[in-house]
Design a protein around this ligand. Structure first.
Ligand code: F6R
Length: 616
């Protein structure tokens, strides 16, 4: 998705800071990049399709003057193909106003036609150029930049986060958001706006989060936020506990590998401060206010999310059913609107999202709330829309996830879901103190049990499997029970970063169709650790073997039965069944990573993907 940075400072040249911010936003996925400065009463723009390095080459050729205010943008094409002319920033035809924008303006065709009738000539196919011209028209009428912004956004239907500046309004910037994220950073020498916090961590740790419909006017020394009705809003600064280093590669070749290896710490940070071994009680922070009585009253739990978070949701449902005996359902958030309307008063809905900005998940959350339901958000980004709008919040403490393929967020989510299931189980008296304590001790132990997964011996085994997989065009992932969502997640990781077609199936479903794919040399990855479905999974492996298929198995190191069947073993330590997904997903993440590496793919920014999908 597009990334935005806007900055105004009291002294110095702000452009290098904007470029640093843009580089941090690269992870969101983009096809072009650009910057604009306002200096000496003139707006100047440089923009290029391709990587930020192409923009930097352009800036080296055609230098921009030193400036106190600038905007920058990474574009992920929606209206108009990736091309220099479609890259942001966009100006009005008289070069008086410049805008960077993330989102989709649904009525842009009508607005563009109206402006064309007035004689406006467009130089791009984007919806954003329409915004720049609307803003310029309003500015001519009012002479006030904020009033012009309000007049312009009043005409927009759709989603936007935007930052603008204008000739004649030096030192001032304006911003607005509706259904696309935007944060304001407050530093000693300036004010900054960006799509997310990591883009500004090199400048400040103090943030304000704009709510939907709000606008903002900021200078280097001050900022004012207005609600949708134009009324001044007062808002406290929030301190971000992420560090700039967490958003850097730190010596790793890829963010994805760094983030996979951070998972033991993610588990510890997400869980260990939330329970005491002595009392067995799980407590979440102030954002979570549901009482034992509330949890006892719930008749069912609903889990909703997208992508990797959806796979975590499937596991959350199984964990809660098991530990709290509470029936549940899991829905892909984008399907919620089309599902039957059930009573919300007796249900609790858990919405899971790493970014807290996924449009489908937010839409589902708002719909549940509108229907009178209660929402628990499980989210990694403090201040994100989900974190602010959910009735109750459990933060996963993963630190910023930069790699487009989600890894550590999954482990953070599973850890939070496990704690939630215990919390509900204890409240509903389905778990006694001893059982609760034992479950928490199991979780604590997993942190160190993950260590062998990062040792050279495991790497050798995974690398051999990756070498085998890399030339293949298609692959099945199988698992049963708690291991089925792990198979789904393994398949998703492989396809998104190596582009090898991969499908996750419940192992029992294989005989009902997918088995037709299996011939000599066809790869099947099976998640085959001990548990209630172990024996049946072994039978499925036999079926693959009998047809000449090649088996790659996630299995316990000492498991001789699986070793006798599989061509490649991805070894994992033995852990209690409910926690096995946390452990078993790691070799599958590494398998995807190593396979993509063999194939020379762009691991951190796979084609067509965006880190945070902010449009439905
Ligand atoms: C997969 C991936 C996506 C996200 C999905 C939801 O590796 O990154 O499938 O999991 O877009 O994102 P969040 O969790 O931010 O709502």
């Amino acid at each position: 998705m597009c990334g935005i940075v806007g900055a105004v400072v009291a002294a110095g040249d702000v452009l290098p800071e904007v470029l640093t911010g843009l580089r941090t936003l690269e992870y969101r996925g983009y096809d072009s990049a650009g910057v604009a400065v306002l200096a000496g009463g003139l707006l100047e723009v440089r923009r290029k399709s391709g990587r930020i390095s192409a923009l930097e080459a352009e800036l080296a050729d055609r230098r921009l003057p030193s400036a106190l205010q600038a905007v920058g943008h990474t574009r992920w094409a929606t209206h108009g193909k990736p091309a220099d002319r479609n890259a942001h920033p966009h100006r009005d035809q008289d070069n008086q106003v410049v805008v960077v924008h993330n989102g989709i303006i649904e009525n842009f065709v009508e607005l563009r036609a109206e402006l064309e009738k007035e004689g406006v000539a467009f130089s791009s196919e984007t919806d954003t150029e329409v915004i720049a011209n609307l803003l310029a028209r309003q500015l001519r009428a009012t002479g006030d930049l904020h009033a012009a912004l309000l007049g312009a956004i009043d005409q927009l239907h759709g989603a936007y986060a935007l930052v603008a500046m204008a000739v004649g309004h030096e030192g001032e910037m304006v911003a607005a958001r509706r259904d696309s994220p935007l944060v304001l950073g407050v530093g000693a020498g300036g004010r900054f706006a960006a799509s997310d916090m990591p883009a500004l961590l090199h400048l400040t740790r103090d943030f304000l989060f704009l709510e939907n419909g709000e606008t903002c006017v900021f200078t280097a020394e001050s900022h004012r936020i207005f609600d949708a009705a134009g009324k001044l809003v007062s808002r406290d600064l929030a301190k971000c506990d992420w560090t700039p280093e967490q958003a850097e590669k730190g010596g790793y070749p890829h963010f994805m590998l760094k983030e996979i290896e951070e998972q033991p710490d993610v588990l510890a940070r997400t869980a260990f401060d939330r329970f005491r071994d002595s009392t067995g009680d799980v407590t979440f922070e102030d954002g979570f206010q549901l009482t034992d009585e509330d949890l006892r009253r719930a008749a069912r739990l609903r889990f909703m999310a997208m992508g990797t978070s959806f796979h975590a949701a499937l596991l959350g449902q199984q964990m809660t059913a098991e530990l709290a005996r509470l029936p549940g359902e899991t829905l892909n958030a984008s399907e919620f609107l089309y599902s039957p309307r059930l009573a919300e008063e007796t249900a609790i809905t858990v919405i899971i999202s790493q970014s807290g900005e996924t449009a489908d998940s937010l839409r589902a959350m708002r719909e549940v709330k509108e229907r009178g339901g209660t929402v628990i958000g499980i989210c990694n980004v403090q201040g994100s829309t989900l974190a602010r709008e959910a009735d109750h919040l459990i933060l996963t403490h993963c630190g910023p996830e930069v790699g487009v393929a989600s890894t550590k967020a999954f482990v953070g989510q599973l850890t939070a879901l496990y704690l939630l299931a215990i919390r509900i189980g204890r409240a509903r008296e389905e778990l006694d103190l001893d059982k609760g304590l034992a479950l928490l001790r199991d979780l604590r132990a997993v942190r160190t049990q993950l260590d062998p997964l990062f040792e050279p011996e495991t790497h050798v085994a995974i690398r051999a499997a990756a070498d085998f997989l890399a030339p293949k065009s298609s692959c099945l992932f199988l698992g049963r029970g708690l291991l089925f969502p792990v198979a789904l997640e393994g398949a998703l990781k492989l396809k998104e970063i190596s582009y090898i077609h991969a499908e996750g199936y419940p192992a029992g479903e294989m005989k009902h169709g997918p088995i037709a794919l299996i011939d000599t040399d066809f790869p099947v990855v099976v998640v085959a650790t001990p548990g209630r479905a172990y024996k049946k999974t072994l039978s499925n492996m036999e079926e693959v073997k009998a047809r000449g298929g090649r088996l790659l198995a996630v299995a316990c190191r000492e498991d001789e039965k699986v070793a006798a069947l599989a061509d490649f073993i991805l070894p994992v330590p033995s852990v209690p069944e409910l926690l096995a997904p946390i452990v078993n997903v790691v070799p599958l993440q590494l398998l995807a990573y190593e396979t993509a590496l063999v194939l020379g793919c762009d691991i951190d920014q796979p084609r067509n993907l965006a880190k945070s999908v902010t449009v439905e």
